[in-house]
Design a protein around this ligand. Sequence first.
Ligand SMILES: [Zn+2]
Length: 551
Amino acid sequence: MKNCLLFFLFLISAAANAQIKTKPLVKSGLDRPKLVLGIVVDQMRYDFLYRYWSKYSEGGFKRMLREGFSFENCNYSYYPTYTGPGHASIYTGTTPAMHGIVGNNWYEKASNKKMYCTQDDSVTSIGGSEKEGKMSPKNMQTYSVGDQIRLATNFRGKSFGVSIKDRGSILPAGHGADAAFWFDSESGNFISSTWYKKLNGELPKWLKAFNEKKEAEKYKSSVWNTLLPIEEYTESTADLADYEAGIIQNQNPVFPYDLKLSKENGYEIIRKTPFGNTLTADVAKALVLGENLGNDDFMDFLAVSFSCTDVVGHAYGPFAIETEDTYLRLDRDLEAFFSFLDKQVGLNQYLVFLSADHGILEVPAFLEKNGMPSQLFNQKKLVEKLKKFSIQNFDSLDLVKSFMNQQVYLDEALINLKNLDRKVIVNKFIQFIEKQDLVTRAFAYQGDRPFPNVPFLEKYEAGYFKGKSGDIQVVVKPGSLDHGDKKGTSHGAPYSYDSHVPCLWMGWKIKHGESSQKIEIQDIAPTLSSLLKIMEPNGCTGSPQSIPLKK
Ligand SMILES: [Zn+2]
């Protein structure tokens, strides 16, 4: 009898093994999109959806607003508002306090080294220069929604990321992605790294073929002129302004831009023009075709980030013709991409969401000129003064190790070596910093809430990760910028101009509509998870928001 039972169990297990080996493609029976497309427009503030309304095509941003659902009040719930943290937060459904991407760069206390958000010295480049390929999602401590799609489909659904910027591609795609691809300025190719084991150390055939077309070469020797006649850019300020940084050295920041005149190394200039976004859309299309995305019963995931809006925005500010032209061209790229997906994947077969990794402050000099309060906060000067203060007050010791993301990092090794009282140092530093121009508050990160009346304290807490964030937070006035250059502008603050971004959903079963309810950036991933009937990413702290669906 016992033997009989064992034989029976053997038969069951053999049958199960056979089933695993053949992996039959059985439909899940659930109504899910075939492809989920996440789009991040780098530095796109909420108002850009409407500022250029009259000049947008019918098939890009306007199509998303006309056919889809818009959360009109989506905000970043943490500081610092930079690219790495923004991408990580959208796709992991949480904030830097949980996913650990506290800036584009930070100082690692344990190793005493500066760290770049996607830096990974243990991997090597595939298809491009060594330096730009040593990248992976290793520093991100929680899953992305792409990872959850992989898990939910038993790894049958594919997951990819693509962007000009490495961090715009790697962090969204997640740890378990099939691959992320990004632009290498040295070779002009889209590349990857050995983190992605499925690549087997080689770029896929379709990407090799794409790189061989040398599109980057074509753009590098082209001229950037306005898409429409320049006099039609009535939403923007005059073409020549002395506060614009420009993109080509020793050339006036005015149209047309002959990109051949750029003296920069390799293909760097492409990142500074709308052509980099077109190139991104083109490689994304090649990826959809090459990897056959959205073509079976297991939903695939593609994260595309358009980065050039950010580089142009930094150089010219949000109200320049160059910025407007970059958005008008991106809008056309989106229109073409959606119409490509309509044919390739099918109408209502794909679900797309669009947001941004942060916003942008108007150029301070422009605001000042128009009588609005705004000033440059010179962080370099503050660091010099603070170092001098330290030397004068603490036995000729410079206790400032680093200053990043508006945070002071103390030299812990020196403090320990000299057996100094850390609390005394912190308090003296805070008193000194608070006396500086444009600084409203400074406070220490000590695990408690020492200054409960600091505006946006919860935003600072949500952005703090022990061992990666600095020791003292410097809070500057709204409209003030820690940007060394008087030309151009930047982002990073907790204020509305850096935190209010678009949040659009379109396709699959999404019904048209809009909501003015305030939602937070970490709500995007759980909202998507809820629509797809999958688990939210593992460190998720956001809440699913309701979007009406067609029956
Ligand atoms: Zn960014």
